[in-house]
Design a protein around this ligand. Structure first.
Ligand SMILES: [Zn+2]
Length: 315
């Protein structure tokens, strides 16, 4: 059910929220970095005022040089767009509620999500115990017109099950989660072959870490890379969720953390009724960025908007 609320929002409050978001160090002149004494130059898009810098004469507003530059949306619209993207609301619903163009919103979403994706932490997990697993997500060419009569669009959902590749519209997503930190690294890949999986495990874990996986043989050579390896059987009929290998009563061989994350990923993606495979990594990235937080943080929003962190707030 759509519930448009934009007409009831306080433009001034929204403006100050966004100002703080994109200017963690406070508003300053984009040319000479002066940060006080601005003279109001124009009021016509209040509360987004145009200022003139007293030091260098540059005319600018709070959006100049930021992700919002050139936007004609009112502050309340921008807040609702950011809220919708953060919460995984579909572009279509957001466009209806805000009475704006779906195509334009989708472009904005892809731009912001790609920023968030490129800002994700890619340093190795410090955990001594990690779980690695893959899922396969049906993702085709949503939104791209099919002009080739020999390659008609799919009418029904992809019927393939099990392992797939990006090429056949069932790209693998590889996940590695730290048991101690709860931090996760998710990657959309072309193939979940041994070389790809080994490379990812190497990049995302520390030497000596124990890697828990299922029996997919892509992980067979982890010991040669200085990682300990423990497997859990996921074959239907002989599924076992947790196994006590060393007999100490703690059933440590399981992939429950990763399984839980996949459930979250599937629920998140289901909402969109199909994501174009070229953009899948962005949606996975947004999921990764937000999955550990229950209430949105300025840090999350700044990652979404590509705002660089404050280096030294006192200067
Ligand atoms: Zn200036």
């Amino acid at each position: 059910m759509d519930f448009p609320i934009q007409p009831f929002m306080d433009e001034n409050a929204c403006y100050h929220f966004l100002l703080d978001l994109v200017h963690p160090e406070g508003l300053h002149c984009p040319r000479c970095h002066a940060h006080e004494g601005f003279i109001v130059h124009r009021y016509y898009r209040e509360p987004v005022l145009d200022y003139r810098c007293p030091a260098c004469g540059r005319v600018f507003n709070a959006w100049t040089g930021t992700v919002f530059q050139g936007t004609r949306y009112r502050p309340s619209m921008l807040v609702l767009i950011i809220r919708g993207f953060s919460q995984g609301e579909t572009t279509a619903q957001l466009a209806r509620e805000l009475g704006c163009s779906r195509r334009h919103l989708l472009k904005l979403r892809h731009r912001w999500q790609s920023q968030a994706r490129s800002d994700l932490d890619r340093t190795p997990l410090k955990d001594t115990e990690v779980e690695a697993d893959e899922m396969y997500q049906n993702a085709g060419e949503k939104g791209i017109p099919h002009l080739d009569p020999d390659d008609p669009p799919r009418r029904r959902a992809n019927q393939r099950v099990g392992h797939g590749t990006k090429e056949n519209d069932r790209p693998p997503v590889v996940g590695i989660v730290g048991r101690q930190s709860g931090e996760v690294r998710l990657e959309v890949v072309e193939h979940a072959d041994q070389a790809t999986l080994e490379e990812l495990v190497k990049e995302t874990t520390i030497a000596g870490a124990t890697v828990y996986t299922d029996e997919w043989n892509g992980y067979n050579h982890l010991p040669e890379m200085g990682r300990k390896h423990a497997t859990v059987c996921h074959t239907p009929g002989q599924r076992e969720w947790a196994r006590d290998d060393d007999g100490d009563g703690v059933r440590e061989v399981h992939n429950n953390t990763m399984e839980g994350i996949w459930t979250g990923v599937r629920n998140f993606l289901r909402n969109f009724r199909g994501v174009n495979k070229e953009y899948l990594e962005q949606y996975i990235g947004i999921f990764e960025c937000g999955y550990k937080i229950k209430t949105v943080t300025l840090e999350f929003l700044r990652a979404l908007l590509g705002v660089k962190a404050v280096t030294n707030p006192s200067t």
